[in-house]
Design a protein around this ligand. Structure first.
Ligand SMILES: [Zn+2]
Length: 279
């Protein structure tokens, strides 16, 4: 389990994040188990246009033809034409992983609706989602606050902590990662005094304010250790190894025990961090 999708139900229903293209059948199957057949979903809300969050959107849009699709203006063109997205990801992840992810289908432009910071989606029965622009991981990144519940669907505004390898790790990919913006977004989330986070990587996190604090700390620690290693002449690969080992040590495990998906996460995050520091 590396990426989660969340179904939010009022009178109407919204799906926040939807996994890779290869996740489409799982999502459809799980929705069917909850009684949602074709056309019975009202909103599709990708937090941002990375393949693990919106890869299945084009396929799902064809099944759920009534669903309104909301996206930040900067992400819109990538959903209508995912070719740039695909090319950029292929350079980072390589052929084998791209086959596993699956190639996203384009979304009909007419279905896409631009959303802005502060927009509210009223699902009825007192369930309201407020759109919160949380750039940093990506410039067009959106989170959703569940109003009145002190709960947040964070998307990748918050770091990763996989159930199979439960250690907090920043997600700071190229080309758009920006540390200042990430920290500002975290501060913005913290200012709402959240209790619960629903995170894509992975699941429910209680004690949300403490989790924000730990995220901020981990970003500062990464910044100084990556800067130090760059000064020593380390390349991206050496830095990734060192930080993977560091995370494994914190978990009380040997570096060799890190699963592939975790190594990939650290590698991509290190590349993004280095690129940001070079700017
Ligand atoms: Zn992402």
């Amino acid at each position: 389990m590396v990426v989660a999708a969340f179904l939010v139900r009022g009178k109407e229903t919204a799906l926040i994040d939807m996994g890779y293209q290869s996740s489409a059948d799982t999502i459809k199957g799980d929705l069917a188990k909850h009684g949602f057949g074709p056309d019975q979903l009202d909103y599709l809300l990708p937090t941002h246009v990375h393949l693990d969050h919106c890869g299945s959107l084009g396929t799902l849009a064809k099944t759920f033809t009534n669903a309104s699709i909301r996206v930040h203006p900067k992400g819109e063109r990538h959903l209508a034409d995912p070719s740039t997205l695909w090319k950029g990801a292929a350079e980072l992840f390589g052929e084998e992983l791209m086959r596993k992810f699956g190639r996203p289908q384009p979304v009909d432009q007419k279905r896409l609706r631009k959303t802005a910071d502060g927009d509210v989606i009223d699902l009825g029965n007192g369930v309201r989602l407020r759109t919160v622009w949380t750039p940093g991981h990506a410039s067009h990144h959106l989170s959703y606050e569940l109003e009145g519940h002190r709960a947040f669907f964070t998307g990748d505004a918050i770091g990763v902590c996989y159930p199979g390898f439960p250690i907090l790790t920043p997600t700071t990919p190229p080309t758009s990662f920006n540390l200042e913006q990430t920290l500002k977004s975290l501060e913005r989330i913290r200012a709402t005094s959240p209790l619960d986070f629903y995170t894509p990587h992975y699941g429910l996190v209680g004690n949300a304010t403490q989790w924000v604090h730990e995220n901020v700390e981990s970003l500062h620690r990464w910044k100084s250790s990556i800067q130090e290693m760059i000064k020593k002449g380390f390349g991206a690969e050496q830095i990734s190894h060192a930080l993977t080992d560091d995370r494994c040590n914190k978990l009380g495990r040997a570096g060799s025990e890190a699963p592939d998906y975790f190594r990939t996460l650290v590698k991509i995050s290190v590349l993004g961090f280095i690129r940001y520091l070079e700017k």
